[in-house]
Design a protein around this ligand. Structure first.
Ligand code: ACO
Length: 327
């Protein structure tokens, strides 16, 4: 009998503080109308001083473990997809491991920007299929607000904070992850960057003056690459799974821009109720966006046993990914 890696619990956690488009109107030269029509975002959650990536990751993890009915001590591996770790060392995953008391678990971060959760889920899929009794905690978690230039209206209206988590273990039968697809193209890395505060451009007055500690994005170019890559990986994942467009029960795509989601919906000929959208409430939370959406869909009863779910992501690097699963 087939053994698949199956998600048995989901959770999410976002900071309490909500920043609305109206709030942003008081901070920079923008309008609720511009942000809503260009991006679909109405509000987002922003971490407060002292609230860190690992705190959100732990919050999401606890909820996912509770739903799964699995104790932290039984975890074998913790993987966190993130581009905004608390610090370069240790990893967010190690801080989560400590906080949960997951004594037996290995822990690592994966840096794949907005594809961080699907990259991590893909690693968990391979791990669990090699060792079906193992239990893997997969998290996508970000505090992008601390890498956002709040004077740059072209980016600060987009990015936000939050975390989502999934517990994965082996299950006999057809339900679980069916196929995973990872891609990258580093040749165009300069279109979406945080150039500073790594080892190439360490802390230095000139780096801070240039604003290289912040996210910089060539929005229009990124948009064009994103729609092409997302569409292509969607068809690749469907082909590999032997599914047709009609088979899809729910599409969960990275929540970067409502216009990208609408474009995908049209290209994939999907009705509105088959495309999960929550960007209006959370903004772009990078690696956290898909697991937050997955958790919301799950808790709202949008996922029924056997449903065919397609998840796709695109982000800086560039990286893009697709995962199909039978719920
Ligand atoms: N409020 C008001 N006006 C604004 C704002 C704002 N917040 N931001 C930009 N503008 C202005 C610009 O200055 C420009 O004015 P001009 O015509 O006078 O020069 C005008 O609006 C149009 O600007 P564009 O940047 O061309 O706007 P566009 O329609 O391309 O929308 C956006 C920008 C929303 C960023 C879009 O390009 C986009 O979503 N890109 C893709 C982002 C994405 O998918 N990222 C995925 C990965 S994210 C990650 O990896 C972390």
């Amino acid at each position: 009998m087939t053994i698949r890696a199956k998600i048995v619990g989901t959770g999410s956690c976002v900071p309490e503080k909500v920043l609305t488009n109206k709030d942003l109107e008081q901070m920079i030269d923008t309008s609720d109308e511009w942000i809503t029509t260009r991006t679909g975002i109405k509000e987002r959650h922003i971490a407060q001083e002292g609230e860190n990536n690992s705190d959100l990751a732990v919050g999401a993890a606890r909820r996912a473990l509770e739903m799964a009915g699995i104790a932290p001590a039984d975890l074998d591996l913790i993987i966190v997809g993130t581009l905004t770790p608390d610090m370069p060392m240790p990893s967010v995953a190690c801080l989560v491991q400590k906080e949960l008391g997951a004594k037996r678990a290995g822990a690592m971060d994966i840096s794949a920007t907005c594809s961080g959760f699907l990259y991590s889920l893909s690693v968990a899929d391979k791990f669990v299929r090699c060792s079906p009794d193992s239990k893997v905690l997969v998290i996508g978690s970000e505090v992008l607000s601390r890498r956002t230039n709040w004077q740059d209206r072209t980016t600060c209206v987009l990015f936000a904070d939050g975390a989502g988590a999934a517990v994965v273990t082996g299950a006999r039968g057809e339900n679980g992850i069916v196929s995973t697809h990872l891609h990258a193209d580093g040749s165009v890395w300069e279109l979406l960057t945080i150039k500073g505060l790594g080892t190439a451009h360490p802390v230095d007055e000139s780096i801070l003056e240039k604003g290289w500690q912040y996210i910089e994005m060539q929005g229009r170019d990124v948009f064009k690459h994103a729609v092409k890559a997302l569409e292509s990986v969607a068809f690749e994942a469907l082909d590999a799974s032997g599914w047709t467009l009609e088979d899809i029960d729910l599409l969960i795509a990275h929540q970067a821009n409502i216009r990208i989601l609408e474009h995908l919906r049209e290209r994939l000929s999907l009705p509105k109720d088959k495309v999960f959208i929550n960007i209006h409430k959370y903004g772009n939370t990078s690696a956290a966006s898909i697991p937050i959406a997955l958790d919301e869909a799950n808790r709202k009863g949008r996922l029924k046993a056997g449903d065919k779910v397609l998840m796709i992501s695109f982000g800086g690097g560039f990286t893009w990914a697709g995962v199909t699963m039978k719920w």
